[in-house]
Structures are given as structure tokens and as C-alpha cells.
Ligand binder design. Sequence first.
Ligand code: ARG
Ligand code: ZN
Length: 413
Amino acid sequence: MWALLILASIAAVSGTFHGEKVFRVVPQTAEHVELIKSMASLDVLDFWLPDSPSLVEQGKGADFRVKGHVAYDVQALIDQSGMQYEILIDELQEALDKQLDSNIRAVHSYEKYNDLDTINAWSANIAAQNPALVSRSQMGTSYEGRPMYLLKIGKSGLNKKAIFMDCGFHAREWISPAFCQWFVNEAINSYGTDSQFTSLLNNLDFYVLPVLNVDGYAYTWTSGGKNRMWRKTRSVNKNSSCIGTDPNRNFNAGWCSVGASSRACDETYCGSTAESERETKALADFIRKNISSIKGYLTIHSYGQMLLFPYSYTYKLADDHNELYSLAEKAVSQLSSLYGTKYTYGPGGKTIYLAAGGSDDWAYDAGVKYSFTLELRDNGRYGFALPESQIRPTCQETMLALKHIATHIMNNA
Ligand code: ARG
Ligand code: ZN
């Protein structure tokens, strides 16, 4: 184990993901779980799903990246233990390089991953081009001073109900902001041509925040690919050299009680207090201010193909459990009808894991009845390195679920 630690600390400075592998293990015994946790405690593993080693359980799969150049040592240890495993990604840097179809950036495209500047220029442009349907405002400012732009989409009208959707909570989940952009475009193009979407936009306003964690997202784009796997915000923590808070553990919903860490160095750090992050505070403030109109809250993550609803901070069922469950069931069946993509659905705690401080639970308890988290493609084949060629099918199928949910809200809220 010590050799592993030394190797990892040398490798950590090298910058890219060359030689790094992503494993999927299925621990069958308590010893297997122990082995994973002890390797994790040496800080050589980056958990992809679940997002923290504390959530690893017997009989349940776990995907993680092995940091630095200890992939073979980790593999040897797993081999020795007799644990069932597969290598999801053999050469992470290669998978990341291939994730982008070409290196020509800066031109916005709905079928590419766009960097933050490109997304900001796009949102300015789309509002300017569609003044009757779209307006842009600044919802807040990030820790590092970046503007958080919010789009409002809908035909103007009095006392309209609204649905709030955000993307880009977790920096490395690049398919998420791509979906928000796709949604906005589809809304605009469908107005006046698609009767379902036209009626949605006549009756509802959609608030779309394409990137919540703007600092983190920008960080994953810094040259060298050094921090492509960043998840958290980029705020400085008192008494720690580790940076960032997990924005989806930072809301006032059973804050930091389960499935979250109080250690600043952890990927699921809940922050110094609920809403300690400027970005989460800005979101919560906006929803509080507009609570009388906001009837739906959707937060887009990846990966794992899941449609989740409250609660995640407790196994207790939500008051609206039955309605949310059957809505989720129908939305998922719509989604699957296009390409057969399989989604699981249900309350977060039971379906994925208990994790307190999430925005979905917070919004629900604040009075937004239709509150959902979507975990988009895939199921681990590429994970966060989902190729650009999958942006289109992912967004198309997700639109079907979204339209179903929005229509239900329009008719029932
Ligand atoms: N993968 C997401 C996360 O860990 C799932 C969020 C589900 N909702 C929740 N409140 N934990 O942030
Ligand atoms: Zn996420």
C-alpha cells in the first residue's frame, strides 16, 4: 500500500490522464469493500459512480478512475482479492481526446461540447435573435467572479407558471450543459411548428440556467486537460489547501447528514454551511423569490441513466410520491421509446443512494412539487468521457421525458 501512495503522489503532478484507467468493480464480500475503501483512503481513486467511497456497498457495482500511474498496482490488488471487475476505460486520456470530434472550438455547436465563453456568447445571441420568446439575465456571480446567465423562455403573458431547469452543477458532467443548450434551441425552433411545444411555451415560462458551476466548468476546460475530472466549485476552504464544495451537497435539505462529507478535500464536501457557495445561494435566492410561479424544478446531471425525485436525504417517501412515481414512469417510457435507452427511476435515496443537501430535495421542501434530477447517458461505457456523437441522441431522447413532465405540470400544477 505504501508503494502505491508514493507512486500516486509522483504521478499526481504529471497533469494529463495518460495511463489512467476506469474500473468497474463488484465487491462481493466485506473484504472487497474494505480493499476499495483502503485504496480510496490513499487518495488514488476518483469515484465516478457512486461519487464517494463511503457509498460503496457489498453486491453493488462501483466505477472509479485510478489516479496517476498506479492502475496496474490497483489492478493487481483487485486481482489478488478475487473481486469481480472490468476495465471500462483502458486509456482515459485517449478516451478524452476522442470525446471531442475535432479540436476546432470557439464556434458554437449543439452537437459539440462548448466551453463557457462560447456558451455565454451563445446565450447572449439567442436572446438577441429571439426577443419575443427569450430573455437573458444574470442570476448571480460565481466565487471567481464569473456571471451566471439565466435564460427565460416563453411567450409573454400574465401570471404564468414556470419550470426551472439547471445544468452544469458538477463540472465534469459535460453532457449536462449540452442538454440545456439543446433544450433552448428546440424550444425556439418548435414554437409555432410543434403544437405541444407551442402550447407549453404559451402557458409556461422555462427558466434555463445552462451552467450553474461556471468556475468548475471553466476549470475542466483549461488547456492540458489537467482538470477535466473536476467536480466541485472552486472556492477556497478555510484551514485547508483543498479547493471546492460539492454544490449538490450544499443545499439546506438534511444538510451534511448523510452521503456527504464534512472534509474539504472530499469530492462530496458539503461546504462550511448550507448555501455557503455563491452559486448555490444565487439559485436558492432565485427560487425563493419566484416560488409562487415555479411549479417544476429539473436539475440535469450525468451519468447513470436515472430519473430521480425526492427524497435523497431520507428513505421517507415524499407526500407526492405516488404522483411523482407515475409521472417518472411515463416520462422514462417516453424517453426509451426513441432509442430503447433504459432508465431507472424512483426516489433518490432508494434508487441511487442517500445523499443530503441536494437541490432537488431542497426545492421540493421549499414548495416545488415537481422536482426531479436526471442522470443522463451513459451507463459507464464512457461515463464522463461521453463522445460528442452521443450528444444528439442523448438530447433527443431526454427531450421526450422533459416534454412529458412539462405537459403534466402545465395541466396539473
Ligand atoms: N448523482 C447526483 C449527486 O450525487 C444524484 C443526486 C440525487 N439527488 C440528491 N439530492 N442526492 O449529486
Ligand atoms: Zn452530478
